[in-house]
Design a protein around this ligand. Sequence first.
Ligand code: C5P
Length: 224
Amino acid sequence: AAPKPLAGRHALVTSGPTHEPIDPVRYIANRSSGKQGHAVAAALADLGARVTLVTGPVTLSDPSGIETIKVETAAEMLAACRRALPADIFVAAAAVADWRVAGEADRKLKKDGGLPPPLRLAENPDILATLAAAGPDRPHLVIGFAAETNDVVAYARAKLARKGCDWIVANDVSPATGTFGGDSNTVHLIRRDGGEEAWPPLAKAEVARRLARAVAARFAPAAP
Ligand code: C5P
């Protein structure tokens, strides 16, 4: 049988976008297929972890053998993550909307021939920063993602510090790379302790397998 170095560990993974309602029929959202986050969840499970996947709306099917919790908004995603604690590993791969609509309408807004309705936005909670600062509930290894279009490593390192995470997976999402919705990804793995690896362009599933192996190595018992 394949080795299960993460047996006995609980991994919590967020994936997909969040949808923030404007009214019952409209929303604002980030662009995210959920492919990378779902692949990370599957790769951690393959190495024996018990995985809880908290996902926003995606067209992917639920990975088998993984408890999958479906949410719509950032507030729901944060609440579901808190309920899933304690966890040894937290991977924040979701593209969480930074803002929600303040005072969402409970009825469909109508075009009445006048001016379009103004959208007032309110800031959403930062799920990664919140769990990274969760005191005794903080997962032992907190991993964020950083999508950047330029100066990828420098911005990602600043993000790692700002959000209090241990590792950050930084990827270049400038349009020429085709990362969004595509099947491949070119990433850097940046660790708080200074280590930094540039990975070649890889299928998202392979990025996930490498990340899961790095996680397993981090939890491996020290050699006697
Ligand atoms: O600041 P930015 O959105 O670029 O950070 C990306 C990282 O933070 C990702 O790991 C994402 O899942 C996480 N994040 C979050 N909650 C937010 C915004 C981002 O968990 N509200």
